[in-house]
Design a protein around this ligand. Structure first.
Ligand SMILES: *Cc1c(COP(=O)(O)O)cnc(C)c1O
Length: 359
């Protein structure tokens, strides 16, 4: 067996320890004589799994009973529509902070259902920073304020929570579980699983229970948060395998010591990589320092004609997923929870070596 160092942005790396459990579990899961993929989602074994996954996620993020935890499908992209449909009536105004491609997509989707006010927009600077909160143009009557805690493509992360008492709705797809968050500051948090939780196909939504009553009456059943809350997310057949893997990842994180421990490791990984980039005139990261992402580190070479050579040699040396997003170019190292510190060390070593030979 040979495993690469996987820096993919999503679907992304999973912990090897979890993969080994999955492999061992597959033929005969929990003595059922079946794999988890072949078991009814209504079986007592699967219902117990679902309850455990929720309890462990609540424990990891200290989610109080005031919040419902939902497991849905459709990815974060489905939540771009579900947020306005579940929180507003037609004619409502909503505020969106546009700090990257994902928040822009979220705002575009919401605009189909209500009036979207863009409170700030950093597109004119290629989404390399978060505009100072003092310059935001917020509406007085917004039903909520939406922001994307971590912009996966440009590598821009909020290291603060927007001030004021507006209802906060946050896309946390690529940052959830990477560091502690104060859930009580938010109305709604959503995240596709394939970055920091598990396989694609599962989406986590954390929603304050009183907000479940705000949904528009005539929306599809599967787009109503309340339908998931009322059915323990068994509204229809759920993505059982993805849910099972998420349960394993939550258990793994608890064994490691929880989110504080993860955050320390993640911060160290990010610091090392940014320091290596900043110390060189050969590599560059253009994101403003106070909003650099802990999870997605885009970087370019001073000489872009070397990009293809860098990626080819990195691939040959056992590094996968480093090609930057097509809208940004260059390289991007996604260093989610499951990317071990030694992978970051090895990447830095490779970058030094490549610079030595080509700089
Ligand atoms: C990946 C990602 C999305 C899109 O997720 P899907 O599961 O493909 O819908 C949305 N927002 C952010 C921040 C992401 O990283």
């Amino acid at each position: 067996m040979s495993r690469v160092f996987n820096f993919s942005a999503g679907p992304a790396a999973l912990p090897l320890e979890v993969l080994n459990v999955i492999r061992d579990d597959i033929p005969d899961w929990q003595g059922t004589g079946m794999s988890v993929m072949e078991v009814s989602h209504r079986s007592k074994e699967f219902v117990a799994l679902a309850a455990r996954a929720e309890a462990n996620l609540r424990s990891l993020l200290s989610i109080s009973d005031d919040y419902a935890v939902l497991f849905t499908q459709g990815g974060a992209t489905m939540q771009f529509a579900m947020a306005p449909l579940n929180l507003t009536n037609e004619g409502a105004t909503v505020d969106y902070v546009q700090t990257g491609s994902w928040s822009k997509k979220a705002a575009g989707e919401a605009a189909k259902f209500c009036a979207v006010n863009i409170v700030a927009d950093s597109s004119d600077e290629n989404f390399t920073h978060i505009p100072d909160e003092a310059t935001w143009r917020r509406s007085d009557d917004a039903a909520y304020l939406h922001f994307t805690l971590n912009e996966t493509i440009s590598g821009v992360e909020f290291h603060f929570v927007p001030s004021g008492d507006a209802l906060l709705v946050a896309d946390m797809s690529s940052t959830i579980l990477s560091r502690p968050i104060d859930v009580s500051r938010y109305g709604v948090i959503y995240a596709g699983a394939q970055k920091n939780i598990g396989p694609a196909g599962l989406t986590v939504v954390i929603v304050r229970k009183d907000l479940l009553e705000r949904a528009r009456p005539r929306i599809p059943h599967l787009m109503m948060w309340k339908a998931y809350a009322d059915s323990d997310s068994m509204t229809n057949t759920p993505p059982t395998f993805a849910w099972y893997v998420a349960d394993q990842v939550f258990q793994y994180l608890l064994r490691l010591g929880g989110i504080e421990v993860m955050a320390e490791i993640n911060q160290r990984k990010a610091r090392k990589l940014y320091s290596a980039i900043d110390a060189s005139g050969f590599y560059d990261n253009t994101v403003r320092e106070d909003c650099r992402s802990w999870m997605n580190v885009p970087f370019v070479l001073a000489d872009a004609t070397l990009d293809a050579k860098f990626l080819e040699q990195a691939g040959a040396a056992g590094f996968a997923g480093l090609k930057g997003h097509r809208s940004v170019g260059g390289m991007r190292a996604s260093i989610y929870n499951a990317v071990p510190e030694e992978a970051v060390d090895a990447l830095i070593e490779f970058m030094h070596e490549f610079e030595r030979r080509n700089g």
